[in-house]
Design a protein. Structure first.
Length: 273
């Protein structure tokens, strides 16, 4: 049982929903990332999702695009991100870490090299936004060999038969994108999300996480009623951007926001979802 599977089992046993915060590695500078990762765990994170900075983040809205630009000013690479996780693991051997990013940096290093080095650094899964599962015939075997989970996105427009196929290929958890569009855009329609989550659950026993459009405790709690995990990104990254020159204020703002979401999620009745 790997860290992701173990953590979701722990959440189920405790009757709680998982909270998965996202940060862009190296934002606002490489020195802050590991400290923020630990702070998020202290504030109630169950799994950490770490964005690999990329020059053309097509699935991400302006908030995360700007975060990638701040990180790339410091020339943060995929190997740098893996080094950050290795540093994090020196004092946290338990919290699962998933990398979220794009295919180009992976192809540059090579599939097997990335999988091997990521596993050695203590990374548990990889979500490659612009790689369709049907085209993962090179990456997926490399991840499986290294013991990493391949995590895939399902969109509101995904056809039922393709949902079934994606779930057959998925490991760790399934990530449902709650909105049509990029991160940080749109208004969350919880009733619509519930219908899609139900459809996903009909074809997989994997936990279902929901992300995009979650900005505060209220929206986090509403999603926790229907999903196994709540993924929050742009709202946290926005707090990083607001306090780039004050590390202490940045940490307080990020942890206050996540802590409020944690409390709101924990107030959801255990029998929900």
């Amino acid at each position: 049982m790997n860290r992701i599977e173990q953590r979701f089992a722990q959440c189920r046993g405790a009757g709680r929903k998982a909270l998965i915060p996202y940060l862009v590695a190296g934002d606002p500078n490489p020195r802050r990332t590991v400290a923020l990762m630990h702070a998020l765990v202290e504030a109630g994170a169950d799994v950490l999702e770490l964005g690999v900075p990329f020059s053309d983040p097509m699935a991400d809205g302006p908030v995360i695009q700007a975060a990638c630009e701040r990180a790339l000013v410091h020339d943060v690479t995929l190997r740098d991100v893996m080094a950050m996780v290795r540093e994090f693991r020196a004092t946290d051997a338990d919290t699962p870490v998933v990398l979220m990013g794009y295919l180009n940096p992976i192809e540059i290093l090579g599939y097997e090299t990335v999988a091997r080095e990521a596993a050695a650094a203590g990374i548990d899964g990889l979500l490659t936004v612009d790689l369709p599962p049907e085209e993962g015939e090179l990456l997926v075997p490399a991840l499986e060999k290294a013991g990493l989970d391949a995590i895939w996105l399902i969109a509101p427009t995904t056809h039922p038969e393709r949902i079934r196929r994606i779930c057959e290929l998925a490991h760790g958890f399934v990530y449902y994108v709650s909105l049509k569009g990029v991160t940080g855009a749109g208004t969350l329609d919880v009733a619509d999300v519930a219908q899609h989550v139900e459809a996903i659950r009909r074809v997989t026993a994997l936990p279902v996480g929901v992300g995009f459009g979650i900005s505060d405790g209220e929206s986090a709690a509403r999603v926790a009623e229907i999903a196994d995990a709540v993924v929050v990104g742009s709202a946290l990254v926005r707090q990083v951007a607001a306090h780039v020159d004050d590390p202490d204020a940045m940490t307080r703002a990020v942890t206050d926001l996540l802590g409020g979401m944690r409390r709101a999620i924990d107030a959801v009745p255990a029998e929900s979802a």
